[in-house]
Design a protein. Structure first.
Length: 151
């Protein structure tokens, strides 16, 4: 094994490194968020590589940052994978007709992702506005109390 290669990791090691449970990893695999290990023999332990760890870290970051449900996370990932496939097709084609078809196929995918992000942002903005109003009310109350003569 060279200095740039790392040894394969078992599920418990990955869970500890990423900060999630082994059950979460298995569930993400069941939902198709983390691909199967094609080299694994049936019944053998799954081993994970650095790409798997990086993917899990990105999934957790998206889940936490956007507050996504698992179904929403799956939808976001599916759209990103479809876009990656389109990028690959773009690199392999030379005709403007085909590239136009690729661009037209990519637009609804990005629209879907943007709708999800915008929805989350609107909810966060609404929550921030509620907190700002509470803060203004508390500051008003503080000013009122500070102006009253002591009991």
């Amino acid at each position: 094994m060279s200095a740039t290669e790392t040894r394969p990791l078992r599920i418990g090691e990955v869970a500890e490194q990423v900060g999630i449970t082994t059950r979460t990893i298995r569930y993400y695999e069941e939902r198709g968020l983390l691909g199967p290990d094609e080299t694994r023999r049936k019944g053998a332990h799954r081993l994970y590589n650095e790409a798997d760890v990086t993917r899990l870290q990105e999934l957790i970051r998206l889940r936490d940052l956007l507050g996504l449900s698992l179904d929403e996370l799956v939808g976001l990932v599916e759209a990103e994978e479809a876009r990656a496939a389109l990028r690959g097709a773009w690199a392999e084609t030379a005709t403007d007709e085909e590239r136009l078809r690729i661009v037209e196929a990519a637009i609804p995918l990005v629209d879907r992702q943007l709708e999800l992000v915008d929805s989350r942002r609107q909810k966060l903005d609404a929550f921030a506005n509620e907190l700002k109003e509470k803060l203004r009310a508390l500051k008003r109350r503080r000013r009122e109390l500070a102006r009253r003569p002591p009991d």
